[in-house]
Ligand binder design. Sequence first.
Ligand code: N7H
Length: 488
Amino acid sequence: TEQLNDIQGDIWSKGFPKNNETYYRFQIAPGSASTFAHRLRKMVTEQPSLISNLTTVIGDQGKITKEKQRAKAAGVEPETLPMANALIAFTFKGLQVIGTGLSKPGDLGLKKILKTDPAFSQGMGLDSGVLSDRTTDLDPLFAHPDGIHGLLKVAGSSEDMVGKRLKTIQDALGWGTVIKDVPGGTAGRVDGATRDKPNRGKEHFGFQDGISQPLMYGIDDTPPKPDPGASATSTMDTEPSILIVTKDTHRADSDRPVWMHRGSFLVLRKLEQDVEAFHELTKKYNAYNCQSPDHMGAKLMGRWPSGAPIALPAYHTTDAPATDHEEVKEMNNFGYEKTDGRACPFTAHIRKTNPRRLDEWNSNSPDQGLKFSKIIRGGIPYGPDYAVGEAPGLKRGLLFACYQGCIEDGFQHMQRDWCNTSSFPETGSGIDPGIDPIVGQVVDPTAMKTLIAEGTQPLLIKPQLVTFRGGEYFFVPSIKALKGALTE
Ligand code: N7H
């Protein structure tokens, strides 16, 4: 319980009723670092419910489950319970500013962080070369030369609940004087919302999202951790230290200050989706051994729009998404044969980002990413739904957010070495499978190729389906650090 009370709740808010969400980016005003620290400590100590922890989020989930049961028994639609959860996170720049306001400057151990967490320390902008990210036409709030110091991520059951919680926290921290919106015209915010029924839970390409998440020993309903040397039973089972910073870590060179324990790194990316291009592409299904546009879409994604994995042929292809816990668990209980790309292409988005090869996962495979490249995803769509013949200029996409215990092993490894790398995963035939058709980013657009079916030509993805519009790396400290190391 002590641990759950100390970890910020949004990190593991599976099932939270997230209808709306805002990402508010702020700077600490010049000369205000110590006032900021004082206000933050006071807020977290005196109003502990404003920044959620895992216990509060799990409690909220319990209330929702009860409401669903009540509604089911009464044969009515469940009511949307008014709720919000908020998280606070900082960039490395933000930590540097906070460090100047502490009673003993230098205590944050920033030099150790620089060494252990280089991607976080330099920020996503300077990581663009590594990630093959474009650097033009970015959301100005991410591209501001003075950068971002902090982030408030607020999710809730309605726009109103989110707005109120954000305003309460902003005021407690000294909005306008102590903290300032990152300049850029939209009050520092970028907002997302789940799509309306019948597309609720689906992202803009029309696929159910949020199905597959790693399961943490001791926190999730997982089988007990196997004895040392014994094999794990599922590629979804995960050591908490892969997702949350703890004192035990697999990285021999890790030298993080103790205040970072029970925190996690948050990767935020605004990813624009070209829905029309996706539909145009899947019309070419005939040339790629697919039976229909839907079938080709499923091959690109690795799941049907319902969320059913195409690697499990017994599964239905209907549009009814998995709803209960057991169904979702079943949809994740599968693996891929190492050299077989027939049922599911090697480059399908969910195979590129989670190769699910238990044999190698349990061994000392040279790609240790199979074990350590895990992320908890918590994104939300933004922008209006796509409509055929719509006015030009409308933009939409995914506010992609993920948590991990180390950015180099988590998101960065996944994006660079898996999604953007044509030779991954190994096919056994000597043929490169290609780039992740959904989220792959490449500098040379003619390289944006992906192999859907053996015996066919690689498919050229043009235009790119998902375009990077800016993002940042953050650290989400423990509640204890918010009350102590970061604010004393
Ligand atoms: Fe992906 N999509 O909605 O089309 N993703 N993703 N993602 N993604 C997944 O299994 C999508 C992105 C992962 O365990 C599903 O929950 C879109 C990035 C991982 O089997 C769908 C974008 C990265 C998984 C999408 C986007 C990842 C996953 C299936 C951008 C990391 C779990 C639903 C606009 C670099 C894989 C599900 C597993 C699943 C979509 C981005 C990673 C439908 C549209 C940038 C690890």
